[in-house]
Design a protein around this ligand. Structure first.
Ligand SMILES: O=C(O)C(=O)C[C@]1(C(=O)O)C=C[C@@H](O)C=C1
Length: 311
């Protein structure tokens, strides 16, 4: 099995990948962007890609949300949570914050440390990097001329980088959620605490269009854990919704909600049902009687009996 991830080695994405059982013995190939990682799966160059999808402070990772919403279909088979903390590392010879004028890191990492940077590095310039590890390792390259980088403590320690400050995140306790993506195939079996991800284009713009979509979940007692709108890129005002819902496609209420979504928006894309980690919604226990698999089966059998008397 070949696993790719947003690299180079030392990214938070690699830390997420290392949580997957058996991955330490498998081939791991870094990619320079989320898009490249997903393309490797589409082309068959890799079996799986680990990519960031959501951060508890910064929200959705647009690069991932957009790349899995379009193009050849992909499937999410697992999610992983990684606690996030950042260090500020500097080029050799720099030993005080006053000497730092340019800082490089991933845009998402900068967004999570912006207030600290504004308070402690007044007037600094920010240089976007393809990942936190790429920004940090760039300090070792004499071709690069920035002073410091923001990265994970691990990459700093593994490369003996000059750590100026630890714990520079604006919000303590932040978490990033990553997803392991494959080509569409077998859906992971339900565990009783699962998540289903879909991408839904809004088919026609009318008052209540979003309400119609949400109603498919609400009417069947399906709780949502994330909903985001992203522009389709076709025209101003044209959006799709990326949705995580609590439950598995094998559960009747979820299957019925997905069927309802498909009637409203035939372009809906199923991105997978997979075990949920972290916050346990206790999905099965909180399902009202009328939304259980048994209630759906009884109701379908009742309608079938009525229809048997036709003509
Ligand atoms: O640059 C990295 O180390 C990544 O794994 C990417 C990423 C992200 O895209 O959100 C992952 C976790 C942190 O929130 C910051 C950056």
């Amino acid at each position: 099995m070949i696993y790719t991830y947003l690299g180079p080695a030392g990214t938070f994405t690699e830390a997420a990948l290392m949580q997957v059982p058996g991955v330490d013995a498998a081939e791991r190939v870094p990619s320079t962007s989320v898009n490249t990682a997903l393309e490797k799966v589409r082309s068959g160059a890799a079996d799986f890609a680990m990519v960031p999808i959501e951060n508890s402070v910064e929200g959705g990772v647009s690069a991932t949300l957009d790349a899995i919403a379009t193009g050849e279909s992909l499937q999410i088979v697992r999610e992983v949570l990684v606690p996030i903390t950042f260090v500020l590392v500097a080029r050799d010879g720099i030993d005080s914050l006053e000497q730092v004028h340019t800082v490089s890191t991933h845009g998402h990492a900068y967004a999570q440390t912006r207030h600290w940077c504004e308070a402690n590095l007044p007037g600094h310039d920010f240089l976007p990097a393809s990942s936190t590890a790429a920004g940090a390792l760039g300090l070792l390259d004499p071709e690069n001329h920035y002073d410091a980088a923001i990265c994970a403590p691990l990459v700093a320690e593994q490369n003996s980088l000059n750590i100026l400050r630890r714990g520079i995140e604006d919000t303590a306790g932040a978490v990033t959620r990553f997803v392991l993506v494959s080509k569409p195939g077998r859906i992971p079996v339900p565990t009783g605490n699962d998540k289903t991800t879909v991408v839904v284009p809004l088919p026609d713009d009318h008052p209540g269009a979003l309400m119609d979509l949400l109603d498919q979940f609400a009417a069947r007692g399906v709780n949502l854990s994330r909903i985001e709108s992203r522009p389709t890129g076709e025209a101003l005002g044209s959006y799709f919704f990326s949705v995580d819902a609590e439950g598995h496609i094998t559960e009747a209420r979820m299957a019925d909600a997905l069927a309802g979504l498909h009637r409203i928006s035939p372009g809906v894309r199923f991105l997978g049902s997979y075990p949920s980690v972290g916050r346990s919604p206790n999905a099965t226990a909180s399902v009202a009687r009328h939304n259980t698999d048994e209630a759906f089966a009884e109701a379908a059998a009742w309608v079938a009996r009525l229809k048997a008397h036709l003509g």
